[in-house]
Design a protein around this ligand. Structure first.
Ligand SMILES: [Mn+2]
Length: 309
């Protein structure tokens, strides 16, 4: 008898820099989800994950900022989750996909999701974590994405954070770097105390979390200033600089980050590759910052680098 086809097959991709392609447990893993259904302006984010993998060839596996090397990690790239009908992923298949990804997450100490549109983040929040009072969601995004719905769609990249707020409640979720949204969205965010305007505010919030806190970091690349990220659908001026992200990664590395995602990179808008190279750099830094170190690698001590602070 033929084996049943898995509900969500993993399709191999050209792996991220220094990652192996295999099954089984690993220290860290990369997983792609190629969905861009609800783009409100310029679609193409579904091509982001594979483009980031390609651009990772242009950077080194060693980070002088973290003084760690991807080569020293047991890092696996699982490829991309195949969804049958991505255009109707939300909400029809969402619960099944969340359950599948929750199981896959158990295969590594740290999971980094590469995705398309920001709505994908809902798939990275397992049901059991919603019941866990120690589970927190930190969103880095220029946009609040707190609309009740967008163009009639409750599962849209402009409304997904409202769904997350309904799931988690205001005490376990924060949005950092936001500078775009409707008056109603900002009113809601202020009422609930969701806003962390600066990296320093993120650090102060992290200091308030309980010792057993587990964090999912959702990184929309447009939290960075428009000048850094032309390759995204809705870039915004007056954003963060790259060094601010390194600062937040360093602070988060003192806590337990179980998973992270990078969303909304659109290679169709990135002919120079500038944004793609930056995205690959950020993926490297997140993998190195958030993967717990099990062995003391042959560290020479931190290199004398300009401080991100
Ligand atoms: Mn955004």
């Amino acid at each position: 008898m033929a084996e049943a086809t898995p509900r969500f097959p993993l399709v191999p991709a050209t792996p991220f820099l220094a990652a192996q392609v295999r099954e089984g447990p690993a220290q860290a893993q990369v997983v792609g989800l190629l969905v861009d259904v609800s783009a409100s302006f310029r679609g193409g984010a579904q091509f982001g994950p594979d483009a980031i993998r390609t651009y990772s060839e242009s950077i080194e596996s060693y980070s002088p900022y973290a003084d760690r090397d991807l080569e020293d990690l047991d890092l696996v790239d699982r490829g991309n989750v195949r969804v049958d009908a991505p255009f109707r992923l939300f909400p029809h298949d969402l619960d099944d996909l969340r359950a599948f990804l929750a199981g896959l997450r158990g295969q590594a100490r740290f999971t980094l999701y590469l995705a398309g549109e920001h709505t994908c983040t809902l798939a990275f929040l397992p049901q059991e974590d919603l019941q866990d009072p120690n589970f927190y969601l930190l969103i880095l995004d220029a946009h609040l994405d707190l609309r009740p719905e967008y163009q009639g769609a409750p599962y849209s990249h402009a409304a997904w954070a409202r769904r997350a707020l309904e799931w988690l409640g205001p005490d376990r979720m924060r949005i950092a770097g936001a500078r775009s949204g409707t008056r109603e969205e900002f009113r809601l965010a202020r009422e609930h105390g969701l806003l962390l305007p600066t990296p320093e505010a993120v650090q102060r919030w992290l200091d308030t979390l309980p010792a057993g806190a587990r964090v999912h970091l959702s990184l929309d690349i447009d939290v960075l200033d428009l000048a850094f990220v032309p390759g995204t659908g809705n870039p915004e001026p007056l954003g963060w600089q790259v060094r601010h992200l390194l600062q937040v990664f360093q602070d988060l590395a003192q806590r337990t980050v179980v998973s992270a995602d990078l969303v909304e990179y659109n290679p169709l808008l990135d002919p120079s590759g500038q944004t793609g190279i930056l995205a690959a750099f950020l993926v490297r830094e997140m993998l190195l910052a958030f993967t717990p170190s099990e062995v003391d690698v042959a560290s020479q001590g931190p290199v004398d680098m300009p401080s991100p602070r």
